[in-house]
Write a protein that binds this ligand. Structure first.
Ligand code: NAD
Length: 264
């Protein structure tokens, strides 16, 4: 199968690093023009340059916009009013006991994960329907579908994305626009790497030793027994964004290394 996205315009929210950057790179490598987004001008400019180096000839643009605020979303939409592929990727997470999560933190998680995705999808999906082709994707994390104990605010926000995704898929039925969620398992991003390298150093172990122990002890159902790589998530997203995935809509797809003990 050869995936070709030449002529398509793709917006990836929260894409200066981590899973978002890998998705932007994957889409650009398949030929799409890509909009990179993050919070600071400097980080966005550096990521745009990096992507142009990683994928020579790629058409890449960038915008600094804080998507936790309606004004930030409007600013991005003014800059790029149309897209054929929207990847609602932006998100933050931090374990915190339920009784310590404040109203302000709940509000922030809801604004950044749910409201930003809703606002971007409502705008872009309209144009996609009018043009008869489009892809809307949500990074709902395996947490959204299956467990959220350590991060109830995060898990609740991600679970809401599943409702949004299915709801929009039904709202655009028969239009040529598909809407899906993808659920990565724990992923070895720069942030995760820095955290675990620090923890490994403190414990006098290597990253790989700590990873092995963590999977054997806390995540024994993982079938790969290691972190997922951002590129592995990006491969699923590029496929879902492709012409070849035209029959997949209203669905949730996991890239979690089989961590969830489910047959469907
Ligand atoms: P990351 O911290 O590596 O990158 C986050 C990106 O989002 C950065 O580009 C950052 O600039 C941007 N960002 C953060 N807040 C923003 C804001 N207010 N406005 C605009 N941009 C903002 O993150 P990651 O680990 O790659 O996670 C990306 C997505 O994947 C998130 O939705 C996360 O919930 C999800 N996820 C992560 C993992 C994991 O283990 N890393 C697993 C499953 C799902």
């Amino acid at each position: 199968m050869h995936i070709q996205l030449t002529g398509k315009r793709a917006v990836v929210s929260g894409s200066t690093k981590g899973i978002g950057y890998a998705i932007a790179r994957g889409l650009a490598a398949a030929g799409a023009a890509v909009l990179i987004n993050g919070r600071s001008e400097q980080t966005v400019a550096a990521s745009v340059d990096k992507l142009k180096r990683d994928v020579p000839g790629a058409e890449v643009d960038g915008i600094a916009a804080d998507l936790s605020r309606a004004e930030g979303v409007s600013w991005l939409l003014e800059h790029w009013p149309e897209a054929d592929i929207l990847v609602n990727n932006v998100g933050v997470f931090e374990p915190k006991p339920f009784f310590e999560i404040t109203d302000e933190e709940w509000e922030y998680y809801m604004q950044l994960h749910v409201m930003a995705a809703m606002r971007l999808s409502r705008h872009y999906a309209k144009g996609m329907v009018e043009r008869g082709w489009g892809r809307v994707l949500f990074n709902a994390s395996v947490t959204g579908g299956f467990f959220s104990g350590e991060m109830v605010h995060y898990g609740t926000a991600k679970a809401a994305l599943l409702g949004l995704s299915r709801g929009i898929a039904e709202s655009v039925a028969g239009s040529g626009v598909t809407v899906n969620s993808f659920l990565p398992g724990p992923t070895r991003t720069e942030r995760v790497e820095t955290f675990f390298e620090g923890a490994a150093q403190t414990a006098g172990k290597t990253f790989e030793q700590l990873e092995q122990e963590m999977y054997a002890g806390s995540l024994p159902t993982s079938l790969v027994q290691r972190f997922i790589r951002p590129e592995e998530v990006a491969s699923l997203v590029v496929f879902l964004a492709s012409e070849q995935a035209s029959a997949i809509t209203g669905a949730t797809m996991r890239a979690d290394g089989g961590i969830v003990r489910s047959m469907v």
